[in-house]
Design a protein around this ligand. Structure first.
Ligand code: ADP
Ligand code: ASP
Ligand code: MG
Length: 432
């Protein structure tokens, strides 16, 4: 008997038939004698709907159109969490019911019932601890624990959520706390590909990917796993298997312990034998560009710009400061998540006096494309190859950032797919 955590994403629980399919996967593992925790997401599209309702209720976007509504883009994020966490409550109850209808002992658990504790950074809270005693004891009696992903409980007894895609992190945190054998992330593709298979049909599935590469892939936009889930898996050494919920529940006759052949295992680098220089290409379209024109070119200005943004919990990604033409002023450009753009602009408008700039602009017509691979540590020239391939296609680079195993470029959103395809071929990743 093993202890397993299985997580099913939004498309996998999109309606009652799909939930029945999930139950069939759970039944297979239960019949094999394993103790099981299942983490579920909300039905596909549900969380977007809930977010849209929150924004409509607050009404800031309406104000921008017709001047009615609240003056601030900031709303009470505790109420956002109360609303947006509810999609997972529905699917956890539904899956528990379907399992019970099949004669399997099961009950649903909300984040607060476990409890799964988080800090108070509502909307993107971090898990601070999971009390698994009762949960585990009941699992060991053969009761399947069906857990609402994405949610926890913050100080002050308030519901919190873990950031978009956060059910992956719920699953990994539970797998770690339960010392589970493996954490299976069931989704709508059968593993981690060299790039998003919806954009590049020639992408191929990787049998294994290292934690470090997966971390870069996720943080540069490959939404197949939430970045924090990979961070946590790496820290705690949780074996994560990304696999498809659309595989037949009987696995076409394959024994359950052959599961690792069916997906992509995220594991330590030294478990991987073959290694390309570049393992994957990621892209993100959900970033926005902010430009401050004519900022004073003097010590301390960067702190005056980025300090207030940090205080408002807004993460800044790429930063470019232009060379000053007159020696006194410069332009400063950086990127934030699109969902944070209105709040970032508001923070900077409020700080205009202390920063001192001529004009402020925000735009969402940008994309970030990244090449990732641990092989870059020992290979020079990857950046040069990448820049000239993009130049040949007439794609202009607005900003660059690098790490030891990654090169990212910021480009016009209209060229995102062309850039991804170009780099995928350039680095020999197209399936033959
Ligand atoms: P879930 O709802 O199951 O959490 P997500 O939509 O969050 O699923 O993540 C799965 C999606 O991630 C896939 O449908 C695919 O389009 C996208 N994706 C992006 N990059 C990759 C990649 N490198 N490998 C696999 N899938 C990727
Ligand atoms: N339902 C949440 C979201 O759409 C969490 C998740 O699916 O992981 O972001
Ligand atoms: Mg997801």
């Amino acid at each position: 008997m093993a202890l397993l955590v299985l997580k099913f994403g939004g498309t996998s629980v999109a309606d009652i038939d799909r939930i029945r399919n999930v139950a069939a996967h759970v039944k297979r593992e239960a019949d094999a004698g394993h103790a099981i925790a299942v983490v579920v997401s909300a039905m596909a599209g549900q969380t977007n709907q809930l977010v849209a309702w929150v924004e409509q209720a607050w009404g800031y976007k309406e104000r921008q159109k017709n001047n009615g509504g609240p003056a601030s883009a900031h709303y009470d994020e505790r109420e956002y969490d109360a609303v947006v966490s509810s999609g997972e409550q529905v699917t956890s109850g539904l899956l528990a019911l379907v399992l019970q209808s099949l004669g399997i002992k099961a009950r649903s658990w909300q984040g607060w019932q476990i409890p799964l504790h988080t800090d108070s950074a509502h909307r993107a809270a971090r898990i601070t601890g999971v009390d698994i005693e009762e949960l585990k004891a009941r699992m060991l009696t053969g009761e399947v624990a069906v857990i609402a992903g994405f949610q926890g409980i913050a100080p002050g007894n308030r519901i919190s959520t873990l950031g978009r895609g956060g059910s992956d992190t719920s699953a990994v945190a539970l797998a770690s706390a339960l010392a589970a054998e493996r954490c299976d992330i069931y989704t709508d593709v059968d593993g981690v590909y060299t790039t998003d298979p919806r954009v590049v049909p020639k992408a191929h599935r990787l049998d294994k990917i290292s934690y470090e590469e997966m971390l870069e892939m996720a943080s540069q936009g490959a939404k197949v796993l939430q970045t924090r889930s990979v961070e946590l898996a790496m820290q705690r050494g949780v074996r994560v298997l990304v696999r498809s919920s659309f595989d037949p529940p009987d696995l076409g006759g394959l024994p359950t312990d052959a599961a690792e052949q069916l997906g992509t295992l995220v594991c330590h680098e030294d478990e991987i034998v073959e290694q390309n220089v570049v393992s994957g290409i990621a892209y993100a379209r959900d970033e926005a560009k902010v430009t401050l024109l004519k900022v004073a070119d003097k010590p301390g200005v960067a702190a005056q710009v980025f300090g207030p943004l940090a205080n408002a919990n807004i993460n800044v990604d790429m930063i470019v400061q232009n060379v000053s033409e007159d020696g006194r002023h410069t332009d400063l450009t950086f990127t934030v998540q699109s969902a944070d753009l209105d709040r970032a602009l508001e923070v900077l408008r409020n700080a205009k006096q202390s920063i001192g700039y001529l004009d402020l602009r925000g735009s969402t017509d940008i994309a970030k494309v990244s090449a990732i691979g641990v092989g870059m540590r020992s290979h020079a020239g990857v950046a040069a190859q990448m820049f000239s391939a993009l130049a040949e296609k007439g794609i202009n680079i607005e900003a660059i950032s690098t790490s030891e195993i990654k090169i990212s470029v910021l480009i016009d959103a209209a060229y995102a797919e062309l850039a991804v395809r170009t780099l995928h071929s350039l680095f020999g990743l197209d399936s033959r």
